[in-house]
Design a protein around this ligand. Sequence first.
Ligand SMILES: Cc1cc2nc3c(=O)[nH]c(=O)nc-3n(C[C@H](O)[C@H](O)[C@H](O)COP(=O)(O)OP(=O)(O)OC[C@H]3O[C@@H](n4cnc5c(N)ncnc54)[C@H](O)[C@@H]3O)c2cc1C
Length: 410
Amino acid sequence: MLAPLTTANRRLGDGPGHSISVALIGGGIGGLAAALSLLRAGIDVHVYEQASSLRDIGAGIQISPNASRILRRIGLADASVVHGVTPLALRQRRWEDGRTLQSTPLGAAVERACGSPYYQAHRADLLHALAHRLPAERLHLGHRLAHIADDGDRVVAHFENGRKAATQALVGADGIHSTVRSLVFGGESARFTGCVAYRGLVAAEELAVLELPLESQLWMGPGKHFVHYFVRDAALLNFVAIVERNSWTRESWTEQAPHSEVLQAFEGWHPQVRSILGAAEEIFLWGLFEHTPMRRWSIGRVTLLGDACHAMLPFLAQGAAQAIEDGAALAECLTNAGRRDVSGCLRAYEALRLPRTSRVQAASRDNMSRFHLPEGPMQRERDVQIRNAATDWFLHAMDWVYGHDAGVLD
Ligand SMILES: Cc1cc2nc3c(=O)[nH]c(=O)nc-3n(C[C@H](O)[C@H](O)[C@H](O)COP(=O)(O)OP(=O)(O)OC[C@H]3O[C@@H](n4cnc5c(N)ncnc54)[C@H](O)[C@@H]3O)c2cc1C
């Protein structure tokens, strides 16, 4: 059982009377992790979430060492806390014949190299573990932000239920279609990336005949790729099937897809891929959207965090990891600056984070063309690079991502 962070087990900056007050809008993975980092730093934080209960989609999430390092600090000691699975390796394979191009050891090897683990979990398990650590009185469900007023000394959040909260800083952790972002920065909505994702979970026992090893597998083929790994104590296999598409014309951002549609998209792919797709009870289709890097994301007493400011393609599995990093960096900046110069401190946080998240966004996008190369000389050259361990997923090539500690300021 996870004990919530309380005043007894958190570090209280310079005393309760001097603690900065922060309203965090959005109780997703980014918002809850940030709240725990802020609370640990002695900051008086409250989370306001629009939904009436905390839930996440039925899908997996990869937690890389740069994120698990911070999760440890805020009380999620290891993979078992989220019923997570530590994969032994990441295997990269060719789409039609299943040939292994490279297998990178993870498990103990990654923990040795990075000092923190790599694991994979069900998103709801992670979300609930984070929520359990937060004292109940600091999480306000059913609070949908409507507008913000910054009077210079305080920023006031007004919610659709008629309530309001006046604090010294407000953080928009309200996701890719962020209300805070549009209220403060206006305009630009997220852009369709030209890719859709089919996602699903399959009971591991349904796939026993495939004798899948405890590893993460990434299958690359022309215009598509396919990823699978185990979650929830290895009782479920999570998969994500990515397909390039010219446009997203559906009304909603996500919806259920018929098996025939996804099996047709993966016609000619290796039987293992098709067996996994065929065994899923439900498959959900997502349009993948992203933002171009912002020039700034803090104004006055308001700033942004996570997908609200740097939504990216999931091809480095870093969206949530970067949101978790944001929270840790924000906590450090607010602690160091003290409450005298909150807006300066939010600008410092942005200056620290923006170059890194922009680089991760670009690297995620680069993976789209690399993973999806058509048959031919460029694909053969890519495969040679992968075999020579010259590209990402090898620990030395990923060191700039996995080795980073966002909770330590230079
Ligand atoms: C296919 C796919 C696979 C992925 N895999 C990985 C992975 O393996 N590893 C990884 O690190 N990342 C992964 N990601 C990215 C990751 O899911 C996101 O980056 C992450 O969930 C963003 O977290 P967030 O808290 O910023 O936003 P969200 O999770 O979107 O949370 C925002 C919250 O704000 C609330 N909200 C919205 N508007 C309001 C309002 N007006 N008032 C109050 N509350 C509001 C919402 O209800 C929600 O709870 C993947 C993404 C996709 C699409």
